[in-house]
Design a protein around this ligand. Structure first.
Ligand code: ZN
Length: 278
């Protein structure tokens, strides 16, 4: 497994740790494929009852990699996910759609369906693509210092690829988050039902592992069925078809950007986004 993700096991809990702390755990494709491999390993290990997803360093994840030296959007990987054909060498929307269907939307949807409970342990930044990773988890424990945002409307894009916003935040607050691009606190996330617990930073790990141990004591097949039950109902409430429909709007925005604003991200990298926020 690549070192973009660290995998350890503590009793019945697998810990999947994003490991690009220097870049606030910005997700390049190497990381999403490593996450996919780590989750598969946890699912295939009968000793693992619960999975904890965390970020090394000061932040959970600042989002997708839009500008580090290891940004790898033109690279092919061992495509175990096989959710679309390889994007490398394709032009325009064919390239973008294939890549994002695989490494963003497709993988996130797969991870949401992992048959074991997954708990996100969130501290610091949880921005845009970081939100996607927290949202695919079943439970979220947040430190008081955690902050959340999806600022991609600044790029003219109507939200990140895994468009769960109305279901995770409620429609009204989802619009505020998208329209302003502003940060919201762990406390606010708790108030709208997006996270399960908010705890002091110093107690984050203990609180998360206590919850994991409590869940791990339940029968595994019962947990898998309970997870599926809630996920199926969420899909009946429109999550899956809603997300599928919005993915088209997302790619309309990428294509529009490529046509009139220089590139599919409207010429904005991580630094540009920071500047635009001020
Ligand atoms: Zn995109």
């Amino acid at each position: 497994m690549a070192d973009e993700v660290l995998y350890t096991r503590r009793d019945a809990v697998a810990v999947v740790m994003m490991n690009r702390p220097r870049y606030r755990n910005a997700q390049n494709s190497a990381m999403t494929y490593a996450l996919d491999a780590a989750f598969a390993r946890a699912v295939n290990d009968d000793e693992v009852a619960v999975i904890v997803l965390a970020g090394a360093g000061d932040h959970f994840s600042a989002g997708h990699d839009i500008g580090t030296p290891e940004r790898d959007i033109d690279k092919s990987f061992d495509r175990h996910a096989v959710l679309w054909w390889d994007h490398v060498g394709k032009a325009g929307a064919d390239n973008r759609y294939a890549r994002e269907m695989e490494v963003y939307l497709g993988m996130c949807r797969r991870w949401r369906e992992i048959p074991k409970p997954v708990i996100a342990m969130v501290h610091g930044a949880c921005i845009a693509g970081g939100l996607m990773l927290a949202w695919v988890c079943d439970l979220i424990v947040a430190a008081e210092d955690a902050f959340f945002a999806d600022p991609v409307v600044r790029m003219g894009i109507p939200g990140v690829e895994y468009f769960a916003h109305p279901w995770m935040l409620g429609p009204r607050f989802a619009k505020e988050v998208l329209f302003t691009g502003g940060r919201f606190s762990a406390e606010r996330a708790y108030a709208v039902g997006m996270v399960n617990r908010v705890v002091p930073r110093t107690e984050l790990e203990a609180a998360t592992f206590a919850m994991a141990a409590e869940v791990a004591a339940m029968p595994s097949f019962g947990l898998a069925l309970a997870k599926r039950a809630v996920n199926q109902c969420e899909d009946q409430m429109g999550l899956r078809p809603g997300m599928e429909a919005v993915f088209g709007l997302h790619h309309l925005a990428h294509a529009h950007n490529a046509e009139v604003r220089g590139d599919s991200l409207a010429g904005l990298d991580a630094r540009g986004m920071k500047k635009a926020a001020k």
